[in-house]
Design a protein. Structure first.
Length: 802
């Protein structure tokens, strides 16, 4: 085996470079790798994959060998009537159909990917409402998309995607779902490039699938006024060690080329640059100096195996000499054995006036000889183009070898900077064959012991986990979103510092963090429980429900983590905090206007409607309150904290549970039946409406009495002074009709009798002005009060809970 070490450093400005191949027609379509990506809109993991991983295909030459297909659909449910339900709400349905229409309108992946990339990038930045701007940003005409959406074609496209996704084997459970040549990548989908390269069977290996240990830089060799009188110099250090007398050896070539990629290049003596058909072709535009330890490609030109040669556009050497250097001014030379003489320094000079290429070599610690080893008159302007690349290429023949570029200095229009030997990396030392055998035996023995210890440790860990019944993979984990590493969350929250703490709940604290991999802001809920199994049940409830929900007015769960007895949930970070903090003690100086308040209550209503009627199951939140409503940077409401949520199928009744929730928001019937329902969520929403309009909490504890908000508003209404209940901080700056609507609807929703309350769909119709709110007259208000007393008086109800 031979080993080579090369030092080369470069000082040049990059003027012209491109990583993307402009054409992929030369790849046989039958040899391309089929890559399908099934993804969900409004899904943080999918957006992260498209923006930070899939885009790599377009930044390399991988697009030359893949048939990339995007499928904007992840999970779906097909009803018996053949209609489909979007998993994560109306907004996602609309965006799914829009992206399907974009793929249909612009079939070339280069065209529709830039639109989808733009949309998903905005979502990753929590700006998904701005997605229509992606048309103008990419100079795209939205008309074909609008036509497709409105004439039903988009529905048919999405229906086909849904049917296709449902037939995936194994069944689609994770997002994004990446399939390489019919092989689904599950949790390893981020390594899709490696799978593509492994699956490719063509001859034209893309650079993205090659492992290279050198860098190619671009530079300009000509301007509008040719620099013919300038001098260009390149210098570097090279070492070749020959440890096996039977080794074929190493040929390494320093070159200037018009391009970075060499489609169809052959290995061996073609050095990964040429092949038998283009060798010597003038269109190659390549100038190279080779350092060879074997007989050259053309033995009539190359002197022997230990030689240095100059090549133009191919492997035929136009000038070569045995590797050596001249001593002083004499004709005496000292041989340089490229295989054995350690670090070797080399200079390549070009004189633009004399059209003279000079190559000089010598051991690293020897000063540059005055006389070069090779001098050849060549007018490089005949062979090089305006913009060129400089770099290295190497081949070893039939034997494996290793080589290193330790330093490289390159200068246009001047003398290259000298290399400092003390700053070069240390050259690895080759061991003798006998010592290598001893080392191998020692390594095998050590490895066996380590394996034995690791197996013992693994068995112990598995036994411990089985005994503790804690870290085992639970059934609910299979359907949960992305699992984060604890150390990433620890780093994101600065070690869960108190300064990063932004809130606290019944089960733990919430911290602000920035994910180190993406820079995305998140909120990390750290749940600690004295009873791990109790905490696990609450944790599982929140992950299982919220992890599969997607709606613009719900807080998105990005992932989760288990660590010792700690349970962590990772949410979107919502910048303006909770609604109660803005209503009562805003720290950031935000004073909610009536327009903002009205938009907030409509947003919460939309989120509850989705939970109650628009998702695949009924979700009862059971803890609707102002502190669980978060406000984003656009002042939109997002309902969060699903730790108490319960799910059941549509058409089924909820089960009896313990009375849970927050004082003031708990519906009266819960104390008697223990059954949470959609109606009990509506009651809590009614209290929230009154709280937003009045700027007062549901219960105010005063020294001599407790003020119940719903009773107080009802008394104001009975006295004909309903607007006295309005928050004084609004300074009468509100729409009278809207305020009256919110106060009346708040009373209606918080009616003591569940059957008297509206559904969330009716609530949305009232808020949108599609239906008129029933009028509260004295009789109805009296009935309200009477029914409250008959069930359990509101005041007694609060005192009883206290």
């Amino acid at each position: 085996m031979s080993q080579a070490h090369l030092a080369y450093s470069m000082d040049v400005s990059t003027l012209h470079s491109s990583n993307i191949s402009s054409s992929s027609d030369h790849i046989d379509s039958e040899k391309r790798v089929n890559l399908s990506v099934y993804y969900e809109s409004l899904c943080p993991y999918c957006a992260n994959f498209i923006v930070n991983h899939l885009v790599n295909i377009f930044q390399t030459d991988l697009l030359n060998i893949v048939n990339l297909r995007l499928v904007p659909w992840g999970n779906t449910r097909i009803r018996s009537d053949d209609s489909w339900i979007c998993q994560h709400g109306v907004d996602e349905c609309e965006l799914d159909v829009t992206e399907a229409c974009a793929i249909n309108a612009w079939p070339r992946v280069e065209a529709h990917f830039k639109f989808i990339y733009c949309v998903e990038r905005l979502h990753l930045m929590n700006r998904h409402a701005e997605w229509p701007s992606c048309y103008a940003a990419n100079s795209l005409d939205p008309k074909p998309i609008h036509d497709c959406y409105n004439n039903g074609l988009g529905y048919q496209l999405e229906k086909a995607y849904a049917d296709e996704t449902a037939t995936l084997n194994p069944q689609h459970r994770f997002v994004p779902w990446v399939v390489v040549d019919n092989f689904p990548l599950q949790e390893d989908f981020e390594n899709f490039i490696g799978y593509i390269c492994k699956a490719y069977r063509g001859d034209n290996i893309p650079n993205a699938c090659r492992s290279t240990s050198f860098e190619i830089k671009s530079f300009a060799v000509a301007t509008s006024t040719p620099q013919t009188g300038k001098r260009h110099e390149s210098r570097y250090v090279r070492v070749v060690k020959e440890t096996d007398s039977k080794s074929v050896g190493l040929c390494l070539r320093r070159f200037e080329s018009c391009c970075r990629q060499f489609p169809g290049a052959a290995p061996g003596h073609f050095l990964g640059i040429f092949n038998s058909s283009n060798n010597g072709n003038p269109s190659n535009h390549i100038f190279a100096v080779e350092f060879d330890t074997v007989d050259g490609y053309n033995e009539t030109s190359d002197t022997d195996g230990n030689h240095i040669g100059i090549n133009i556009n191919g492997m035929n050497t136009i000038a070569s000499q045995s590797a050596a250097y001249y001593v002083d001014q004499s004709n005496k030379t000292e041989e340089v054995l490229l295989e054995k003489d350690g670090p070797i320094q080399a200079w390549i000079d070009y004189d633009g006036v004399k059209k003279l290429v000079s190559v000089t070599v010598c051991p690293l610690r020897v000063a540059k000889p005055v006389r070069p080893l090779l001098s050849q008159v060549i007018d490089l302007s005949l062979y090089l183009e305006k913009n060129m690349y400089a770099g290295f290429s190497a081949a070893t023949g039939q034997k494996s070898s290793s080589h290193y570029i330790l330093g490289w200095s390159f200068r246009l229009n001047g003398i290259a900077d000298p290399l400092d030997p003390s700053q070069l990396p240390v050259v690895p030392v080759e061991k003798s064959s006998r010592s290598t055998v001893k080392v191998k035996k020692a390594l095998i023995a050590t490895f066996s012991v380590v394996i034995f210890i690791l197996l013992g440790a693994l068995l112990s860990i598995l036994f411990y986990r089985r005994v503790m019944k804690f870290e085992l993979l639970e059934d609910w984990e299979l359907d949960c979103p992305h699992r984060f590493r604890y150390k990433d969350l620890q780093k994101a929250t600065k070690g869960f510092k108190e300064s990063e703490k932004i809130g606290a709940g019944g089960f733990g604290s919430v911290y602000k963090g920035v994910l180190p991999a993406t820079g995305v802001e998140v909120a990390v809920k750290k749940i600690m429980s004295n009873n791990p199994l109790q905490g696990m049940r609450e944790f599982a409830a929140e992950v299982e429900s919220l992890g599969r929900l997607r709606h613009k007015n719900l807080v998105n769960l990005q992932g989760w983590c288990k660590h010792k007895n700690g349970l962590l949930l990772v949410y979107d970070y919502v910048s303006n905090g909770s609604l109660d903090s803005l209503l009562y003690n805003s720290k950031n100086g935000i004073s909610l206007t009536w327009e903002q308040r009205f938009n907030i209550v409509k947003g919460v209503a939309s989120g509850l409607l989705y939970l109650h009627e628009e998702w695949e199951q009924v979700v009862i939140h059971r803890d609707v309150k102002s502190s669980n409503v978060l406000i984003d940077h656009d002042m939109n409401a997002r309902l969060g904290d699903f730790g108490l949520a319960r799910l059941y199928d549509h058409g089924k009744n909820s089960h009896t549970t313990n009375v849970v929730g927050t004082i003031g928001y708990i519906a009266p019937e819960l104390t008697r039946t223990g059954k949470a329902s959609k109606s009990s969520d509506v009651f809590a929403y009614g209290i929230l409406l009154l709280e937003v309009a009045c700027g007062r909490p549901p219960v105010e504890y005063e020294p001599d009495r407790n003020v119940i908000l719903v009773d107080w508003v009802l008394d104001c209404m009975k006295m004909g002074s309903i607007f006295e209940a309005v928050d004084a901080k609004l300074n009468s700056m509100y729409e009278t009709e809207e305020m009256e609507l919110v106060l009346g609807l708040g009373l209606l929703c918080s009616h003591p009798k569940p059957e008297a309350r509206p559904t969330m769909r009716q609530v949305m119709k009232y808020l949108n002005g599609d239906e008129m709110l029933p009028v509260f007259d004295k009789l109805s208000s009296a009935g309200f009060k009477e029914s409250c007393i008959n069930v359990v008086t509101c005041r007694f109800f609060i005192k009883d809970l206290n």
